[in-house]
Design a protein around this ligand. Structure first.
Ligand code: NAD
Length: 296
């Protein structure tokens, strides 16, 4: 069994860490939040008093932090984890962050003699608890092979997307498409309402026709056709609008840097910003249908 340092014990990190414990690994855990450290102790981890301490002497370090700035400040510099860890430590960063930071941090890890993969996830808190997350992994082949057994404990689908940063690239391309397809699906249902077409009839037809897509068939934004979708529980998240906005902003930023043209991605970011600024940051992202009805 390996010794693992786990940093960032929030909604996602805490259950991911617990799955590593259940698999028999020894975990040194750290979060800035005292209640999160206490919960880690209760779960059987050794809660330590700094991120550096969590990274010292372990085989693997997993980070699950809010954004690129946190990852950079924790990893880099004389006080950072790369300086504190023993040479050859494997770093797995599962936070969703910008591609440029993921690549920068990956380069710094290599210079410091460590292995690094960016390994963002999809599957949400439910997937983290059940150990069924999808991991999209960027990094060298050897680092991927070392990371895989640990990722398989926390997830079900593990995909090597290519070199450094490509895990983050895959994540934001997927989520940009999800944001766009959700808005499109909401618009179709809102238009159907105005035209006197029943939700269920539109679903029965479009889910078997060329308009078929995941936002409709698995996550339908109106109550009824898909009983498990958040629309059936007053749009309780699920995947909060604020999280979708974060990922769309990362896509817009990445497109600017890479010189890609993403007019619908940019529009989706603006519409989710309106939803979030309108006070619905915590609502499920499919709840954007309320706003789209209002705009019409
Ligand atoms: P969260 O806010 O619940 O947890 C983040 C944790 O990091 C907090 O407990 C915070 O105290 C801790 N933290 C911040 N800075 C720190 C530091 N310097 N040292 C130690 N701990 C620090 O967020 P989350 O929902 O767990 O999400 C984590 C990441 O996973 C984000 O990048 C998010 O975009 C991504 N993600 C979340 C979901 C989801 O459904 N929640 C799904 C997929 C991906």
């Amino acid at each position: 069994m390996a010794s693992v340092g786990f940093i960032g014990l929030g909604n996602m990190g805490a259950p991911m860490m617990r799955n590593l414990l259940k698999a028999g690994h020894a975990v040194k855990a750290f979060d800035l939040s005292e209640p999160a450290r206490k919960a880690a102790t209760d779960a059987g981890a050794n809660a330590v008093s700094s991120a550096r301490e969590a990274a010292m002497g372990v085989d693997v370090v997993v980070t699950m932090l809010p954004a690129g700035a946190h990852v950079k400040s924790v990893m880099l510099g004389d006080d950072g984890l790369f300086a504190a860890a023993k040479p050859g430590t494997l770093f797995i960063d599962s936070s969703t962050i910008d591609v440029a930071t993921a690549r920068l941090v990956g380069e710094d890890a290599a210079k410091s003699g460590h292995a690094f993969v960016d390994a963002p996830v999809s599957g949400g808190v439910g997937g983290a608890e059940a150990g069924t997350l999808t991991f999209m992994v960027g990094g060298p082949d050897a680092a991927f092979e070392r990371a895989k057994p640990f990722l398989e404990i926390m997830g079900k689908t593990i995909v090597h997307a290519g070199g450094p940063g490509n895990g983050q690239a895959a994540k934001i391309c997927n989520n940009m498409l999800l944001g766009i397809s959700m808005i499109g699906t909401c618009e179709a249902f809102a238009l159907a309402e105005k035209l006197g077409l029943d939700h269920q009839k539109l679903f029965d037809i479009a889910s078997k026709s060329s308009g078929q897509n995941w936002s409709m068939t698995t996550y339908c934004p109106v109550p009824g056709p898909v009983p498990t979708s958040p629309a059936n529980r007053d749009y309780k998240a699920g995947f909060a609008a604020a999280m979708m906005l974060k990922d769309l902003k990362l896509a817009v930023e990445a497109a600017q840097v890479a010189g890609a043209t993403i007019p619908l991605g940019a529009e989706a970011a603006q519409l989710y910003a309106m939803m979030v600024n309108g006070g619905d940051a915590g609502l499920d992202f499919s709840g954007i249908i309320h706003m789209l009805r209002g705009k019409a």
